[in-house]
Design a protein. Structure first.
Length: 178
């Protein structure tokens, strides 16, 4: 019996020895996971502070330079086709275009939408007075943009105030000759 008790003790020591590496592997895994979690949290915090510190600096720069942070207001004009002035060779020419107007505020956008038939009429008269040779160049389109802005900024009613159209963007501009 004494031998059996002695043999039981080494077996128990072997079991404890086997549990010790399992515990140390679990502990090592927990330490590694905690380290990774700590790095992720630290990286997120650093990114937050770096990115949030830029925004006040940008806002300060915009305020100091007098820039406003207003969101631009746009009014889309539905596409339409206009007869251009007859070409020198006598052929008919057409312009198919879509425009988007950039206006100063929502009030101007609403006025343009309310008076859309008048806006389209003014655009039709302005565009139909052109020849294709005038419109195919970049300079011609810039000049046309200036004319459209001047035309649309005129008051819609006799005693009304002028609109505030700031820019014209061409979303489609196709000239066809027949």
């Amino acid at each position: 019996m004494a031998t059996s008790a002695k043999s039981a003790k080494p077996a128990a020591k072997g079991a404890e020895a086997a549990e010790a590496p399992k515990k140390s592997k679990k502990m090592l895994l927990i330490v590694i996971l905690l380290g990774v979690l700590l790095l992720i949290v630290a990286g997120g915090a650093a990114a937050f502070f770096v990115l949030s510190s830029k925004k006040p600096a940008e806002a300060e720069h915009a305020a100091s330079s007098g820039e406003s942070s207003k969101v631009p207001v746009f009014v889309a004009i539905e596409p339409y086709v206009v007869n251009l002035q007859t070409a020198e060779n006598g052929s008919d020419q057409f312009l198919q275009t879509s425009l988007t107007l950039q206006v100063a505020d929502e009030g101007t956008a609403e006025a343009i939408k309310t008076f859309m038939p008048l806006v389209r009429s003014r655009l039709l008269v302005t565009l139909s007075s052109k020849k294709s040779a005038e419109l195919v160049t970049v300079e011609g389109k810039k000049k046309l943009t200036e004319e459209i802005i001047a035309t649309l900024n005129q008051p819609f009613t006799p005693n009304g105030k002028p609109q505030q159209v700031n820019d014209v963007f061409y979303t489609s501009f196709v000239i066809q000759q027949q």
